[in-house]
Design a protein around this ligand. Structure first.
Ligand code: 6GU
Length: 249
């Protein structure tokens, strides 16, 4: 996949591509990328890329011409162009999977109060929000969207890791432990040292159900749980109920 990022702050974006798992994906040739400073397409000595909003109001708005010249320079029209914005469609794992199937993506990083609507109308195919809160920069949002989607491309991470994790299943992850066996007087749960695969799987499922119940009960309400998972959930709820009753007495 080729990823193009148009930004006024390349120094915020480049380290993501030169570190960790993304670095490896780039070295393997699975990902190619261009980070483009669209201020280079602005005119005048000041290379102005933003201006005050028509109609008044606080903050600055990204001007249409420098950005659209940058978009034209990468042949953006006809391509999938993503603009991360709190006004966009919410990013989900399913949406990330859809984007991961593209050969090429172009990202526009907004700043200040936003970008001129005419550029959005002319080029943007996907306005994406990453959650119900406001960030100060489109760069961090773009990196979140890219991180969510590129890891789903074949060869970036092992298929075992993908299969095991949350959100391909509706349940959250079980807790992980590594050496040493004792840390600050706390032991690793004994079942994990037992080598008993069925017991380990059962214990992990119980922890996932518990964690989901406490952190994200909304995921359980529409979760497609198996019969075994439902049984374990009822058992855990029952146990917690009793604990609740005991602490009340
Ligand atoms: Cl995509 N951008 C910004 N600036 N803030 C956000 C967001 C995006 N998604 C949620 N908040």
């Amino acid at each position: 996949m080729h990823i193009t990022i148009l930004t006024l702050f390349p120094e915020m974006v480049v380290p993501f591509f030169t570190s960790s798992i993304m670095k490896r994906a780039v070295e393997k040739g699975i990902i190619t990328y261009d980070v483009i400073d669209f201020r280079d397409f602005a005119e005048g000595v000041h290379r102005k890329a933003d201006d005050i909003p028509y109609g008044g109001g606080a903050g600055m708005v990204i001007m249409p011409e420098p950005l659209s010249r940058a978009l034209d320079s990468v042949g953006a029209q006809g391509k999938r162009v993503v603009f991360p914005t709190p006004s966009g469609r919410l990013l989900t794992e399913r949406y990330a999977e859809e984007l991961a199937r593209e050969e090429e993506l172009v990202f526009i990083c907004g700043h200040y109060e936003g970008i001129d609507q005419r550029v959005i109308d002319r080029y943007v195919t996907d306005e994406i929000s990453i959650g119900d809160y406001v960030l100060s920069s489109g760069e961090t949002a773009s990196i979140v969207v890219i991180d969510a989607l590129y890891r789903l491309i074949e060869g970036v991470i092992s298929s075992e890791s993908l299969d095991e994790e949350s959100f391909t299943s509706p349940l959250l992850e079980y807790p992980q432990y590594t050496r040493p066996e004792r840390y600050c007087n706390k032991s690793v749960p004994e079942v994990l040292l037992s080598g008993h695969h069925r017991h380990i799987a059962q214990w992990r499922l119980d922890r996932r159900l518990e964690k989901t119940m406490h952190s994200r009960p909304d995921l359980l309400s529409d979760a497609s749980l198996s019969i075994d998972e439902r049984k374990r959930l009822l058992f855990i709820l029952d146990k917690e109920d009793r604990r609740w009753t005991l602490s009340e007495l």
